[in-house]
Design a protein around this ligand. Structure first.
Ligand code: FO1
Length: 305
C-alpha cells in the first residue's frame, strides 16, 4: 500500500518508524514539518527532520526522543564557558548534522537535497521530504507576545498561554519537490500522532496540499490520550485556546479531511462520538514492537475500509 505519512517530531517519528519497518521502502514517503526550523549560532537547525531521520536510522536518543544516542557535550560545555547561548542544547554528534546542513545550503543546495543526501549516508530506506524548501516559521502568539517556536517550546518551556499561531512565509512557500506527487500516487495518507496545531497544520496549509488530499483515503492518529499528550504541548494548546483537550477535539480539528480515525484503547468510550469508522487500539509506542503493531493495525484497518 503506497503510503504518505505526515509527521512532526517525536510521536510522528515513532509511527513513521513503525511504517518503515512494515512497508517496502519504495512504498513510504514521510513528509516532515519544517515550521520549527530556525537559525541558531549561525546554523540551520531542522529539529523535526532530524528527529525523524535519527529515529529511522536508529541513531536517536531513546530517552529524550530527539538528538543523538550516546551523545557527548564538549561543544556545549565549552560554549557555556564562553558565556554563549546554551538554552538550545546541541550535542557534539548533532552539531555535525547542523554544520554540514548549513554548509551544503550555503553552497546552494536545497533542504530537500540535503535531506536526501543525509538519508543516503544514514542508510534510511523510505523517502523523507521536508514539507517545503521555502522558509516557513511557526510563531506562537501568547499572553507574553509573539514568540518564535523554539523560544516558546524550549526557552519558555511552553509556559506562556497560547492565543493563536502564525506560519510566517506560508503564503509564498510551495511544497518541496515530490510532496504533491507522493500524495497523488498514494493509496493511504497517515497523519501521525503529532501536534495538530504546530506540526500537521503547517503542512496542510501549504499551497495545494489540502486540495491534493480531497480524493485520498486519510487516517489520523490522535496524539491526545485521556486528555493528555505523551510528549509536547498539544493538550495545553487546546486548553489555552478554550477547546477541551481530547481525542474528539483532534477529530474535529481534521474532520473535513478524515476518512478514519485512530484513538487509544484508554479512550474507547469516545468511539461512539466519532462520525467516521474508528480504530481503537494501543497508540502508546513504548518500544519498536508497539510502533510496528500500530502501523500494522492502521494498514489492516485501512485496507478493510
Ligand atoms: N528540545 C528541548 O526541549 N530542548 C532542547 O534543548 C532541544 C534541543 C534540540 C536540538 C536539536 C534537535 O534536533 C532538537 C532539539 N530539541 C530540543 C527538540 C525540538 O526542539 C522539539 O522536539 C521540536 O521542535 C518539537 O517537535
Amino acid at each position: 500500500m503506497k503510503t504518505v505519512a505526515l509527521a512532526g517530531g517525536v510521536g510522528g517519528a515513532k509511527l513513521a518508524d513503525g511504517l518503515a519497518n512494515l512497508l517496502p521502502s519504495s512504498d513510504l514517503t514521510i513528509v516532515v514539518n519544517t515550521g520549527d526550523d530556525f537559525e541558531h549560532l549561525g546554523l540551520y537547525i531542522s529539529p523535526d527532520l532530524d528527529t525523524v531521520c535519527y529515529t529511522l536510522a536508529n541513531l536517536v536518543d531513546p530517552v529524550k526522543g530527539w538528538g543523538r544516542e550516546n551523545e557527548t557535550w564538549n561543544f556545549l560545555e565549552n560554549l557555556t564557558a564562553l558565556g554563549g547561548p546554551t538554552w538550545f542544547q546541541i550535542g557534539d554528534k548533532d552539531l555535525a548534522t547542523h554544520i554540514e546542513r548549513t554548509r551544503m545550503m550555503k553552497a546552494g543546495q536545497r533542504l530537500s537535497e540535503v535531506t536526501k543526501q543525509f538519508c543516503k549516508s544514514w542508510l534510511i530506506g523510505p523517502r523523507v521530504l521536508p514539507m517545503s524548501d521555502d522558509p516557513v516559521r511557526t510563531i506562537v502568539n501568547s499572553d507574553e507576545g509573539s514568540l518564535a517556536f523554539q523560544e516558546y517550546f524550549v526557552a519558555r518551556r511552553c509556559e506562556p498561554d497560547v492565543t493563536g499561531f502564525e506560519f510566517d512565509g506560508i503564503e509564498k512557500a510551495v511544497p518541496a519537490p515530490g510532496v504533491l506527487e507522493a500524495i497523488k500516487d498514494a493509496d493511504l495518507i497517515v497523519f501521525c500522532p503529532s501536534n495538530p496545531w504546530v506540526s500537521i497544520d503547517p503542512i496542510l496549509k501549504l499551497k495545494g496540499v489540502r486540495r491534493s488530499l480531497e480524493n485520498k483515503f486519510v487516517i489520523a492518529v490522535s496524539p491526545i490520550i485521556q486528555g493528555k499528550t505523551i510528549k509536547g504541548p498539544a493538550a495545553k494548546m487546546y486548553q489555552d485556546l478554550g477547546v477541551e483537550p481530547s481525542a474528539l477535539s483532534v477529530f474535529d480539528h481534521y474532520s473535513d479531511i478524515l476518512d478514519t480515525f485512530v484513538i487509544d484503547d484508554l479512550d474507547a468510550n469516545l468511539a461512539e462520538k466519532i462520525t467516521t469508522p474508528v480504530l481503537v487500539t494501543n497508540t502508546i509506542m513504548k518500544n519498536r514492537q508497539d510502533r510496528i503493531d500500530l502501523a500494522r493495525k492502521i494498514i489492516e484497518f485501512c485496507s478493510m475500509h
